[in-house]
Write a protein that binds this ligand. Structure first.
Ligand code: M6R
Length: 601
């Protein structure tokens, strides 16, 4: 949530900052701003409600500068507005500051130190810049004042600071929120995500919690709050600039849906050992086998992938699994077994709700595994082990390829665990994942059908349902989330058999109900449930798997191993969400009120 950038060098700072912010827009897009200054310390501040393209129109071309900071916002404190947009400035205009995170004690700090100061925004951030100004006015050097302020802060922050009296420097600090330094020749940059600056450099340094940084055009000085200087060797970001472009696609979501068969094939390759079998680090396997229960912690789509993972791990490896919503688990922890093992599933690896649980389970010394798309992300760093999704950057807010990659990794993990326990596999996972990838291709080729179904059933409706049983129920939850988050249709994902216990009262003439049928054992019952809603006026759409299909089913999926069916049955639901949103005229990639990476609890 919120993206920040900073630049110091000899190029046109405003262009670097704006381009960087465009790449970070997935982190928040309700308002944005930049501050640029020239070598004499003359500065220009631009802030605008809305997206970066709106900010761009405000930025004056003659606002030349060689240093600056920028921010794209997802509002936490105060409405989206130009006033609440960052950077925030000190009263004398000397300091400008951008912030990603939440300052929990900002009211107390305001009360204790800043009673005489006039605030111009409703944000928690503004207090920081006024405190820095106050401590410099009391005689501290900027860096020392900055250090003193961060020691007073409670909460999460990635900060970028510009001081007009030191235009040859940009300052930064980090706690809990992600922040990287990008190193170039004769320039250095700051960014929340390497994606923002990959067109300028592929050399990045990770900052740790509690560290502060001073950037000049040729040097990076890192220090912790106790004054210990830190040496840091840059790593090469393995990010292809093309991966973060849409190319010929109208939206990232469609590109990412299309990438899924390739992601599954790539995953198999990445986890295939020299002997041709799927392999996972022996240490991870032993740690998991030593546990008596797996607890999966995740949010949103990742949580839905966890439910599929539960089926896979229990059925293939015979290990009991509980799946929990991260934000609930954190403050409402169930009674744990004696030897729990925690799996954190997160595309971004930055989700604050999941991290809050990880902090607690680390304190309790429980082993943990992060399943994430982002190497070096917070959850990956703070967990004992990591398994990567290798899905490439996912930019659309609506998660698609990360979901299928998460299920892919969980399937591979279940397969390796099962074999490590001495179980004879009931099927060849590599072979069956290959069939899955081919089946995904077949469904993706049916875009015209999906578009037509979306037009007929979803372009006007106010509400909709997805129903299914077992695996199909778990996919229904994900399908409903996808549809509601981008098309704004109120959608519920429901256990098909549970409808008649109350919710069926909502079914009236024309309400779309999409039923998923991929499992022989439950197919008959789900068919019965379809009849129940149809006879009450529902406009039903049936997605069935070959072999279980009946005449009139609108979408028939190729036959695959039922344990892996989620990987294929989710695809029509992603496409239905995509086309429904297009028909309703909304921005597919950037739905209202949301951000890609949810870094506040
Ligand atoms: O980065 P994470 O996987 O931890 O994110 C968790 C959720 O915020 C995320 O899956 C969200 O539900 C998606 N935008 C839904 O499409």
């Amino acid at each position: 949530m919120c993206g920040i950038v900073g630049y110091i060098g000899n190029q046109d700072a405003k262009e670097v900052l704006l381009q960087g912010l465009e790449k970070l827009e997935y982190r928040g897009y309700d308002s944005a701003g930049i501050f640029v200054m020239n070598t004499s310390g003359e500065g220009n501040l631009f802030k605008e409600k809305g997206r970066i393209k709106e900010l761009r129109q405000e930025v004056k071309q003659d606002a030349q500068g060689t240093a600056g900071i920028g921010h794209t916002r997802w509002a936490t404190h105060g409405v989206p507005s130009a006033m609440n947009a960052h950077p925030h400035q000190s009263e004398n205009g000397r300091f400008s500051l951008v912030h990603n995170g939440v300052i929990e004690n900002y009211r107390e700090l305001k009360e204790a130190y800043l009673q005489d100061v006039t605030f111009h925004s409703e944000t928690d951030t503004e207090v920081i810049v006024h405190l820095i100004a106050k401590f410099t006015e009391e005689g501290l050097e900027t860096f020392d004042a900055f250090k003193k302020v961060v020691q007073l802060l409670k909460g999460s922050y990635a900060l970028g600071l510009a001081d007009r009296e030191q235009p040859e420097k940009v300052f930064a600090a980090k706690n809990k929120s992600p922040l990287l330094v990008g190193v170039g020749e004769d320039f250095n940059v700051l960014c929340s995500d390497a994606m923002a600056m990959i067109r300028y450099t592929d050399q990045f340094m990770e900052l740790m919690d509690g560290e502060l940084v001073v950037l000049t055009d040729t040097a990076v000085h890192i220090e912790d709050v106790d004054g210990n200087v830190k040496e840091r060797v840059p790593y090469t970001a393995e990010l292809d600039a093309n991966d973060i472009e849409k190319g010929t696609y109208p939206y990232y979501m469609l590109k990412e849906i299309d990438e899924q068969p390739g992601v599954i094939r790539q995953l198999v390759q990445n986890y295939q050992g020299k002997n041709g079998e799927l392999e996972i680090d022996e240490e991870i396997i032993q740690a998991m086998l030593a546990s008596d229960r797996i607890y999966v912690i995740a949010a949103g789509t990742s949580n839905h992938a966890g439910w599929i993972g539960k089926q896979l791990l229990e059925k293939i490896a015979g290990i009991p699994v509980e799946v929990h919503v991260a934000s609930e688990f954190s403050y409402n922890m169930p009674l744990l077994t004696e030897k729990p093992f925690f799996i954190y599933i997160s595309q971004s690896g930055e989700t604050a709700d999941s991290r809050a649980v990880l902090v607690k389970t680390n304190e309790m010394n429980y082993p943990s595994l992060a399943i994430t798309n982002v190497a070096g992300s917070t959850l990956s760093r703070e967990s004992d082990y990591t398994l990567l999704l290798h899905a490439g950057p996912e930019i659309a807010v609506a998660s698609t390829k990360a979901y299928t990659a998460q299920i892919g990794v969980l399937a591979i993990l279940a397969d390796v665990l099962g074999r490590a326990k001495g179980k004879t596999p009931e099927f060849d996972m590599i072979h069956d994942l290959g069939i899955v990838a081919n089946a995904m291709d077949v469904v993706i080729d049916e875009k015209e059908t999906m578009e037509e179904i979306a037009r007929l059933y979803l372009s006007k409706t106010r509400s909709a349902f997805y129903i299914g049983r077992a695996m199909d129920y778990y996919v229904s939850m994900e399908a409903a989330l996808k549809l509601k988050e981008i098309s704004y249709i109120q959608t519920e994902g429901f256990a098909a058999g549970e409808l008649k216990h109350g919710t069926i009262a909502l079914i009236e003439e024309g309400v779309p109900v999409v039923a998923l049928i991929t499992n022989a054992e439950t197919a008959g019952h789900t068919r019965g449930n379809i009849e129940e809603v149809r006879s009450r006026g529902a406009a039903t759409v049936v997605v069935s798997m070959e072999g279980l299909n009946r005449e009139g089913d609108q979408i028939v999926l190729p036959e695959i191993n039922p344990l892996l069916s989620a990987l294929v049955s989710v695809i029509p639901t992603q496409l239905l969400a995509y086309y429904a949103t297009l028909h309703r005229g909304y921005d597919v990639d950037k739905p209202r009120n949301l951000a890609k990476s949810v870094t506040v609890e």
